[in-house]
Design a protein around this ligand. Structure first.
Ligand SMILES: [Zn+2]
Ligand SMILES: [Zn+2]
Length: 396
């Protein structure tokens, strides 16, 4: 079977679906119309559908004609709170909401793969599960966890799981693969610096939380430079600082919010401990107190199974036009990581950078633009992975 030829045959539909979704993006947990479109398309391909999985998620299940393994493919469905400024004619019609991360393309590509596999069911071994998940952008519980709690990885148990992300940092047609840790655990933290307010002219009568918070911000960078093994990736950024109401009032409290990114669970645990220790220690030095809080349920590190990734590389190489590249680790987070905790598989990047078409702006930019020529490669790659890994003899 030539999966690229199959994808080319249905390319107009893939692009049409993508543009429809692009015009009506929906924010995390509100992917109602998107889910409806997904469910109806899957049913029209003869795939059995379960709606309302983990909220607005949709699960399609296709049984191949031959016995084999269970392979799950995933697309995320949510848009971002961004006002679109791209120059495409199918610009978002939802005010202040945009598919700025390309999740519209993920849905369209996975629907394309579903159609290809459904139309060639007689040649498919095993079972393919199509998982359309809500709220990838949300962090915390996200959308993968609620779907897993709703049983998507069980009955039948998933043997392999694959997902892709469209990437503005790779050239069109490049596929970025990495064995092992690929994306970071994004841990959000809050530090509440509690001092004692008073008059700006008499700081000696107060414990100034603004002054102390400034020290905390500086000292936290010492966690990365002095306390974490430098060969382990680690980033700490304080992105939000709030305190005070007027120039001559020393407030009672200052609030800091930040994120830390790590690539292994050991460093992650240590980093969280050190952040708390430094924040509390600095506050104590100046007579203030720190309340440190980490987001519960933060996404884990995205760890690709090395063997499955090697096999996937051999499989994807067969698609004409696909160029396999080794991906550097990325310190962004992904809740595809949760599926990879349940089954081996791989998460890969599909490049869409194409300066000739103006596809140069990064994911999450208001001008983010996708080279639609790569969508067929995405559909072909997902379908081919399910086809090859579903075969009980496995990919050669
Ligand atoms: Zn994103
Ligand atoms: Zn994304």
């Amino acid at each position: 079977m030539d999966f690229l030829e199959e994808a080319k045959r249905i390319e107009p539909e893939i692009i049409k679906t993508r543009r429809t979704l692009h015009q009506r993006p929906e924010l995390a947990y509100h992917e109602v119309e998107t889910a409806k479109l997904v469910a109806e398309k899957l049913e029209s391909y003869g795939i059995s559908v379960k709606r309302g999985v983990g909220g607005t998620g949709v699960l399609g299940t296709l049984k191949g004609a031959k016995p084999g393994r269970v392979v799950a493919l995933r697309a995320d469905m949510d848009g971002l709170p961004v006002q679109e400024k791209s120059d495409v004619e199918f610009r978002s019609k939802a005010d202040g909401v945009m598919h700025a991360c390309g999740h519209d393309t993920h849905v369209a590509m996975l629907l394309g793969a579903a159609r290809i596999l459904a139309e060639n069911k007689s040649q498919v071994s095993g079972t393919v599960k199509f998982m359309f998940q809500p709220a990838e952008e949300n962090g915390g519980r996200g959308g993968a966890l609620p779907m897993i709690e709703d049983g998507v990885m069980k009955d039948p148990k998933v043997d392999y799981v694959f997902g892709l992300h469209i990437s503005s940092t790779r050239k069109s047609g490049e596929v970025g693969l990495r064995e092992g840790a690929m994306m970071a655990a994004p841990d959000t933290f809050k530090v509440r610096v509690v001092g004692r307010g008073g008059h700006g002219s008499a700081p000696h009568q107060t414990i100034d939380p603004v002054y102390v918070a400034a020290h905390v911000i500086l000292a936290l960078q010492g966690v990365s430079s002095r306390m974490i093994n430098p060969v382990r990736p680690f980033v700490i950024s304080v992105g939000s600082v709030h305190s005070g109401t007027k120039e001559n009032i020393i407030p009672d409290v200052a609030m800091l919010e930040g994120t830390i990114r790590t690539m292994d669970e050991g460093t992650r645990k240590l980093a969280k401990k050190k952040v708390e220790q430094v924040a509390k220690g600095v506050c104590k030095t100046f007579g203030a107190t720190a309340e440190v809080e980490f987001e519960q349920d933060a996404y884990p590190v995205t760890v690709n199974d090395p063997k499955a990734t090697q096999k996937a590389a051999r499989v994807l190489k067969k698609i004409p036009g696909v160029r396999i590249k080794t991906n550097e680790p990325v310190l962004g987070g992904e809740d595809f990581s949760r599926f990879l905790q349940k089954a081996p598989g791989t998460f890969y990047f599909l490049g869409t950078a194409n300066p000739a078409k103006g596809c140069v702006h990064p994911n999450h930019s208001s001008r983010f633009k996708v080279d639609e020529d790569v969508l067929k490669l995405g559909s072909a790659s997902l379908a081919l992975l399910a086809f090859e890994f579903g075969n009980p003899k496995g990919p050669s």
